[in-house]
Design a protein around this ligand. Structure first.
Ligand code: PMP
Length: 286
């Protein structure tokens, strides 16, 4: 059975899905996206993802492709049609396909493009990396300056992943002005004693939906949270480290630039937060 995807109002087999060569998402990375996890056939943190999508669209003066209710209905329809138990729904909106390539935005005659598809990941919760912990390397942050907008310009994060792979690591933490911004596709945290440290929100990082949920869980569990920048040196001396994202939840980090963090295995704070977050996320999924 071929996967059913959604393109501009229609549910079609993936082989039949078409987007124009003039689409500004393709030509100019003029598009925004969201990734929502699916657990037990239900959407995790969906209101947060829709709120961030609205903000990304508004920061870029991009027209809205559908109402919140319609977007929820499309997500659910794709999960049902593709029989997704654990996995994700990817949503992308672009500024559409004007008749000619032009740097200026097209007028209202060009509707936005809306594409959604699912990816099944049966092992999403039981990820072996959660038991072993991840290795990360540090790289300079060479992305544009509006990382709070979730755009599809993902070339530098892809390069970062490849730099990490080439060094036998799983991901890269990006460093700017001497402090860590975030991972290539996740938010970054260190733990010292009972305190969790993660960079404060701002244009330098994406406001992770999982970040917000995990920090709420941490505060609820009486853990201390400091939202401030930290350096690679501070991370090297931390007791633990971890990342968060919609597809990894809470994932321990046990090596940084080839050196062990703490005892070199997943620490108690990361392990506990993963458990708390996962049970809360599954309970609240819609
Ligand atoms: N930062 C960046 C750069 C990301 O790409 C992502 C994942 N899209 C995140 C953080 C984590 O965000 P979320 O928890 O909403 O998946």
């Amino acid at each position: 059975m071929s996967r059913i995807v959604y393109v501009n109002g229609q549910y079609v087999p993936e082989e039949e899905a078409r987007v124009s060569v003039f689409d500004r998402g393709f030509l100019m990375a003029d598009g925004v996206y969201e990734v929502t996890s699916v657990l037990d056939g239900k959407l995790v943190d969906f209101p947060g993802h829709i709120t961030r999508l609205r903000r990304s669209l508004s920061e870029l003066d991009m027209p809205s492709p559908a109402t919140d209710d319609d977007l929820l209905a499309i997500h659910r329809e794709l999960v049902a049609r593709n029989g997704i138990e654990h996995g994700m729904v990817y949503l992308q909106v672009t500024r559409g396909a004007p008749p000619d390539r032009d740097f200026a935005y097209p007028d209202a005659a060009t509707p936005p493009t809306l594409v959604l598809f699912t990816q099944s990941k049966p092992g999403l919760i039981d990820n072996p990396l959660a038991r072993s912990g991840m290795a990360v390397v540090s790289i300079p942050d060479q992305r544009w300056a509006r990382r709070d907008i979730k755009t599809v310009q993902l070339l530098y994060p892809s390069m970062g992943k490849m730099i990490a792979k080439a060094q036998g690591a799983d991901d890269a933490w990006m460093v700017e002005d001497g402090v860590v911004t975030e991972g290539t596709s996740n938010n970054a945290y260190i733990v010292k004693g009972n305190t969790i440290v993660t960079r404060q929100l701002g244009p330098e990082i994406l406001s992770g939906i999982t970040r917000a949920a995990v920090l709420a869980c941490a505060r609820e569990a009486q853990m201390r949270v400091e939202e401030r920048p930290f350096t690679i040196e501070e991370a090297r001396e931390a007791d633990e480290a971890f990342i968060t994202s919609a597809s990894t939840f809470v994932m321990p980090v046990v090596r940084l630039d080839g050196q062990e963090i703490g005892e070199g295995r997943p620490g108690p704070v990361a392990v506990r937060l993963r458990e708390i977050y996962l049970s809360e996320a599954r309970r609240a999924a819609i």
